[in-house]
Write a protein that binds this ligand. Structure first.
Ligand code: ADP
Length: 396
């Protein structure tokens, strides 16, 4: 009798001890029966689970198991005895990450009677990993952004280098002609020497003309290289009130127009359009276009300038119309090329070196705008510059 009591006490003691051990285990432990119904939970499970009375509930109905898509694994485990491991499951309040290991429980006959499922808290490691991933991603983003920026700068530099070498080859070609003429004249002079004063002066002034031409070309080239280099630099943007700006700029060229008795008129726009742009560059642009209208204008002719705002105030058109000599159709596509001159300009003393409109096109491009021309030979031309009212220079 005494012995029996001892055994019973001993069993109670062992059960109590088992429960204490399982409750103090630093992980959540549950057992389920063959149908997935919870038969035991330890203290840790109660602490991290939302459910106050988890016993006798089916895990297939508990949100945690459903949300973490664990049900199929438990079903397979209960049906086939296949143990599984599932990492980084998120607890109900999302504050914990759990790694789950579940194994089958067998009865004395070796049949599956349920399963034992254990979950360890890996929150620290998981959040550190997540944070690392986040830092990694943001670093990746920053590096790729920097790479893109570098690529853009590279492209810009390459473009500018290409333009420069093209420019140097065009310029040397252009300089060769006056230099050859001057050289031929000097050779002729040498052969003729000593010749009479009149002849000598004629040859020397022909040489002087060619030297002047070289000097003019060089000054245009210097300007072009300066603005070409500036293309890699920033633009000096400011708000420009177009009415005042065009009035002032066209006023500056009036004396040139007066020499040919050409009348420049500017019709102010009632909406008083304002654009954002580089004042010095835009001034050069207008002076070039109006200057051409005078250069290629007929005596006592006229130049009319007016602006138009688009319906959404997003861009503005500046039109410069003249009743000058006009441009032949075959030349229209090429007049914005560097060093391109129409045969008229080439043969007439008025012509420049074909750099003016290339400079204009460059300035308009820098402002994300466009420049177009319509012309009828013998009747006149209209140049239209379209500029955005606000500029985004990010792609330049
Ligand atoms: P240029 O220094 O020769 O004037 P531009 O680049 O300014 O060079 O112009 C290129 C050519 O376009 C000129 O040579 C000229 O033949 C033609 N052109 C430009 N503007 C006009 C205009 N308003 N009327 C007629 N021809 C023009």
């Amino acid at each position: 009798m005494k012995n029996k009591e001892l055994v019973r006490e001993d069993k109670r003691g062992a059960a109590y001890l088992n429960k204490r051990i399982i409750d103090s285990a630093p992980m959540s432990i549950i057992t389920i029966d063959k149908n997935g119904v919870i038969t035991f939970v330890n203290k840790y499970y109660k602490d991290i689970s939302k459910s106050k009375f988890p016993l006798n509930k089916s895990i297939f109905k508990i949100p945690f198991f459903i949300r973490e898509k664990l049900c199929p694994y438990y079903k397979k485990l209960l049906a086939e005895g296949a143990p599984f491991e599932k990492n980084n499951c998120c607890s109900d309040n999302r504050s914990k990450y759990l790694n789950i290991v579940a194994v089958p429980l067998f009865d004395e006959n070796g049949n599956i009677e349920g399963a034992l499922s254990m979950a360890t808290d890996v929150t620290e490691a998981a959040t550190a990993k997540l944070e690392l991933g986040r830092i990694n991603n943001s670093l990746k983003e920053k590096v790729s952004k920097k790479n893109q920026e570098l690529q853009k700068t590279n492209e810009k530099l390459n473009k500018s280098l290409k333009l420069k070498s093209q420019f140097i080859s065009d310029a040397s070609h252009e300089l060769r002609t006056p230099l050859s003429i001057a050289k031929l004249n000097l050779e002729f002079f040498k052969k003729q020497f000593p010749c009479d004063k009149k002849n000598a002066l004629e040859i020397l002034s022909a040489v002087e003309n060619e030297i002047n031409r070289v000097a003019d070309i060089l000054s245009d080239i210097t300007f072009f290289t300066a603005i070409d280099e500036a293309s890699v630099e920033k633009m000096e943007l400011e708000k420009i009130k177009l009415n005042k700006f065009i009035e002032n700029t066209s006023g500056r060229i009036k004396s040139l127009a007066d020499q040919k008795r050409i009348k420049i008129s500017f019709k102010k726009n009632k909406s008083n359009p304002i654009i954002e742009g580089d004042k010095i560059k835009l001034e050069r642009l207008l002076l070039n276009i109006i200057g051409n209208s005078i250069k290629y204008g007929k005596k006592s002719g006229w130049v009319k300038i007016w602006t138009e705002l688009d319906s959404k105030n997003k861009s503005v058109k500046i039109n410069i119309l003249d009743n000058g000599i006009g441009i032949e159709k075959k030349d229209l596509d090429r007049i914005f090329d560097r060093f391109y001159r129409t045969s008229f300009a080439r043969n007439d003393g008025e012509g420049g070196f074909g750099l003016g409109l290339a400079i204009c096109k460059w300035i308009v491009d820098q402002h994300n705008g466009t420049i177009t021309v319509k012309s009828t030979a013998g009747r006149g031309s209209v140049f239209t510059i379209t500029l955005p009212t606000g500029i985004d220079l990010s792609h330049n």
